[in-house]
Design a protein around this ligand. Structure first.
Ligand SMILES: Cc1cc2nc3c(=O)[nH]c(=O)nc-3n(C[C@H](O)[C@H](O)[C@H](O)COP(=O)(O)O)c2cc1C
Length: 174
């Protein structure tokens, strides 16, 4: 798979099976975070947490509204989660942009390793609002969890693609 094929073949998975991701693959995916661009080069303000704690997954799931017939939200059966946290910045919202770049870098690395993934944002509102859940992440002082990538495997085929699956509107200014 070349770089463009990897880019075009990334897809959100919302039905993970129980197969665990190897420590070597988790390490490679986490390493890819260091390839992401970060505003003002403030890598020292970012922090990653690999979460495999069953009790954490259960507690968050219990607080999440479910849709009948769909895999349990918000983790969809994933058993490994990488949370991206940041110190809050004086430049409005830049830490959210940083987190997005970091998650995306990890999602591409996951795809390159044939590991399925999904970007998760919504559940962190629940975590930030719950002292116990927040404490369970054991973050260094001053960091807030902003985005996450759930990783794992799926029984669905991870297809290879040579084109993007979505189209954005475009105008040109000459
Ligand atoms: C900032 C951001 C937040 C997202 N939050 C969630 C989320 O909380 N739960 C979820 O299932 N998917 C979430 N997604 C995944 C998007 O829904 C998904 O990328 C989009 O539907 C396009 O599908 P694709 O990833 O398969 O191309 C998020 C994606 C981004 C970039």
């Amino acid at each position: 798979m070349d770089a463009l094929q990897c880019l075009y073949s990334r897809v959100s998975t919302r039905d993970f099976n129980d197969k665990p991701v190897s420590s070597a693959d988790v390490a490679e995916i986490v390493r890819a975070a260091g390839a992401a661009p970060v505003g003002m080069c403030r890598y020292a303000d970012k922090h990653l947490t690999v979460v495999k704690n069953e009790a954490f997954f259960k507690a968050v799931t219990a607080k999440t509204p479910q849709v009948e017939g769909r895999r349990e939200a918000p983790f969809y059966g994933a058993r490994t989660l990488i949370v991206v946290s940041s110190k809050l910045s004086d430049a409005p919202a830049i830490e959210y942009a940083d987190a997005a770049c970091i998650v995306y870098a990890m999602a591409l690395a996951a795809r390159a390793k044939n590991v399925a993934s999904v970007y998760l944002w919504g559940f962190l509102k629940t975590v930030r609002a719950d002292e116990k859940l927040l404490a369970a992440l054991d973050l260094p002082e001053g960091y807030s969890p902003l985005s996450a990538l759930a990783i794992g495997y799926t029984d669905e085929e991870l297809k290879l693609s040579d084109a993007p699956r979505h189209t954005l509107s475009l105008n040109e200014v000459d």
